[in-house]
Design a protein. Structure first.
Length: 281
């Protein structure tokens, strides 16, 4: 492909796009991104303008970065899409729901920047990792797992998370990506609880949500199988999901899969809380 036809100045309004650019070796084309992109991909911070994301985009910020391509992804607001279009830059909008959609997005972005073969390699590596974990979980008990991506309102994690739970040897509880409530989860009585709140990193207050929602009698709570997984490991539809898969596997089947960074159990959170409240000496 003629390199003169490739975008040279890209604005990313979503962490997933930034991570994909990094994965295919084209982060140097990034001229502006969001603060959430930097949280997930610290390498994006150097020399780049910070702009608002897909939910709160502003045309003047985009225009100031002089991009020849803007990449955004759900969730959108209608007015934010209007702002992106108003900027006049070419616009690639993504709306993945499943792992297949995410693979397609990776290959699409890779192709746009002239790295189609590298994009295919990234997808192949993700598929191999998922298949390896699935094979290791064969024959293990299929525990019932409730995953949430937001606390107020209570929203279950996306379809791709349900697919990762399945690969990790669990059965996903509830309908992916929809609002639910504490009594409904209580009625399901899952074996494992996983909270990965958008934008919260690994700082979900596990003890508080158990107490406030009246979940003390849940099987997962009684057996201390309540976990927080880092936000970007499950909510960023990009190669980072492989880390989320490893975290889920360790939460569901700790007897088979090793504990990994980015996974915290309710005991860990309790210990941190006690430490933070300890008197100064």
């Amino acid at each position: 492909m003629n390199s003169s036809h490739l975008p040279q100045r890209i604005v990313s309004l979503q962490p997933s796009a930034t991570v994909i650019l990094q994965a295919v070796g084209q982060l140097d084309r990034l001229v502006a991104c969001t603060r959430y992109c930097v949280d997930v991909c610290p390498e994006a911070a150097s020399g780049r303008t910070i702009v608002d994301d897909s939910w709160t985009a502003h045309a003047q910020e985009i225009v100031a970065a002089r991009p020849d391509l803007v990449i955004a992804a759900v969730p959108y607001q209608e007015k934010s899409v209007a702002e992106i279009l108003k900027s006049g830059a070419r616009f690639l909008g993504l709306a993945p729901k499943t792992l297949h959609d995410i693979y397609t997005d990776i290959v699409t972005i890779a192709g746009v920047v002239g790295e189609a073969s590298r994009g295919e390699k990234v997808v192949s590596a993700m598929k191999k990792e998922i298949d390896d974990v699935r094979k290791q979980s064969v024959g293990l008990p299929r525990l019932r797992v409730f995953c949430e991506e937001w606390g107020k309102p209570l929203i279950t994690s996306q379809t791709w998370v349900a697919e990762l739970v399945d690969a990790a040897g669990g059965n996903f509880v509830g309908t992916p990506g929809v609002e639910t409530n504490a009594p409904a989860v209580l009625a399901e009585n899952p074996d494992v609880l996983v909270a990965a709140w958008c934008g919260a990193g690994d700082r979900v207050p596990l003890e508080k949500i158990v107490r406030d929602r009246g979940w003390s009698d849940l099987r997962a709570v009684r057996e201390r199988r309540v976990y927080c997984v880092r936000d970007e490991f499950l909510n960023t539809p990009a190669p980072t999901l492989v880390s989320g898969l490893r975290a889920l596997a360790a939460a569901i089947h700790p007897e088979r899969f090793p504990r990994v960074a980015g996974l915290k159990g309710i005991s860990d959170v309790s210990r941190e809380t006690r430490t933070s409240r300890a008197p100064m000496v």
